[in-house]
Design a protein around this ligand. Sequence first.
Ligand SMILES: *[C@@H]1O[C@H](CO)[C@@H](O)[C@H](O)[C@H]1NC(C)=O
Ligand SMILES: *[C@@H]1O[C@H](CO)[C@@H](O)[C@H](O)[C@H]1NC(C)=O
Ligand SMILES: *[C@@H]1O[C@H](CO)[C@@H](O)[C@H](O)[C@H]1NC(C)=O
Ligand SMILES: *[C@@H]1O[C@H](CO)[C@@H](O)[C@H](O)[C@H]1NC(C)=O
Length: 418
Amino acid sequence: MKGALDDFKAMLTRNEPFTGLAKAVAFLVIFALGAIAGLWVAAGTRQSEDGIVPDVVFQRGGGGVCCRPDPDPDFADFVAPTRLMHDMTDEELFWRATLVPASDRYPFERVPKVAFMFLAGRGVLPLAPLWERFFRGGPEDHFSIYVHAPPGVAINVSEDSPFYGRQIPSQVGSEAYVQVVSSICDHLSDAYYLALLIYNHGFLQKTSWGSVSLMDAEKRLLANALLDFSNERFVLLSESCIPVHNLSTVYDYLVGSHHSFVEAYYKDTKGCRKRYSRRMAPDITLREWRKGSQWFELSRDVATSILTDTRYYPLFRRHCRPSCYPDEHYVQTYVSLRHGARNSNRTVTHVDWSTGGAHPVAYGARDATPELIRSIRTSREPCAYNSRPTTTCYLFARKFAADALAPLLNMSSTVMHY
Ligand SMILES: *[C@@H]1O[C@H](CO)[C@@H](O)[C@H](O)[C@H]1NC(C)=O
Ligand SMILES: *[C@@H]1O[C@H](CO)[C@@H](O)[C@H](O)[C@H]1NC(C)=O
Ligand SMILES: *[C@@H]1O[C@H](CO)[C@@H](O)[C@H](O)[C@H]1NC(C)=O
Ligand SMILES: *[C@@H]1O[C@H](CO)[C@@H](O)[C@H](O)[C@H]1NC(C)=O
């Protein structure tokens, strides 16, 4: 059996046609998976990390009082979930996240918030102490925090940190795989056909095993942040980003802006034009192709629009392959195409590409000087804000190494005013 399994694995990796033995093993493997999936579904193990699963949309009122509608036990939690862990699939989450009220009047006091969404690629936030200072300086009801870490990694912060409990669920590979297999098993009784399907389409690699693409992680962050109806602006940040202005300045700047801040440009270069695939036409033409920094800032309606897109995103999944990076093209192209007039086409996150090469300048302890931060806070070249020139072009900056933390903390109040 072990040998046969190895044959099967080798066959999958080598892209060889099925041999007789491999066929039998494929059948067995798929059958076993089907059985597990069946048990999974039947047992109804819907447990989240801490064992309690909130009903996602509306919780049925407790108390068991017959025939009397509940006052509003879960309304507050519906408009702004306090616990970020849930067990929605992406499909359920995106649907729930893109619900838009038809009425523009809210039955609660809605203070627009800025959602700070952190992509913690390695599951750590080395500059968290600086951010904590930044968040503690501003009104608490003006922001919310979301952190995406790789599956299985828990962000380690103390209980009094604004980051505490702000990690969103990341799709765990095996779970996603079981869902995929079980949903397909409903339609195809022929396990052998399923084996062929997996084999021919590289199904395994595409859907699961923690190989969540960056763009999927970004969309999942957006979706979780959209669940809070008060979030009005959505800014994507990395673990190496810092804020160069205080929260009140950042808040006024973003909430008061008529535009989103998605850098979007076109260049006739290898890094831009050459990444376009003609197979994306006619939906996306070369004229519509855009590139830009992945660190975007979006208004609520543009964020919602991105999550409802089923026309362009599949084209990127299919045709924006290796040496083309969806996180540098998808949001940029989509926003330009559908919401171009309401995009500033620039980013609010400063980065220094001046040394050339594939990576921007990384600032260490010796580089993080007050002069550097001041030059980022006040740009030499003005940019447009609500159609007027300003020298406040950047609210955030990257990339800062972990050892830059000490000097940054030292100047946070004197230079950055938080
Ligand atoms: C979490 O952080 C604390 C304090 O920084 C440290 O003592 C602890 O070992 C960390 N835990 C893990 C699991 O990394
Ligand atoms: C940004 O680019 C779009 C075209 O992609 C354009 O329609 C829009 O006016 C530009 N925005 C600004 C503020 O210049
Ligand atoms: C902190 O900043 C002051 C000036 O504001 C400077 O004299 C001092 O050397 C700095 N300390 C560190 C550890 O960077
Ligand atoms: C935020 O920073 C600005 C200067 O950048 C300053 O004028 C303002 O007082 C600061 N706000 C708070 C609440 O500290």
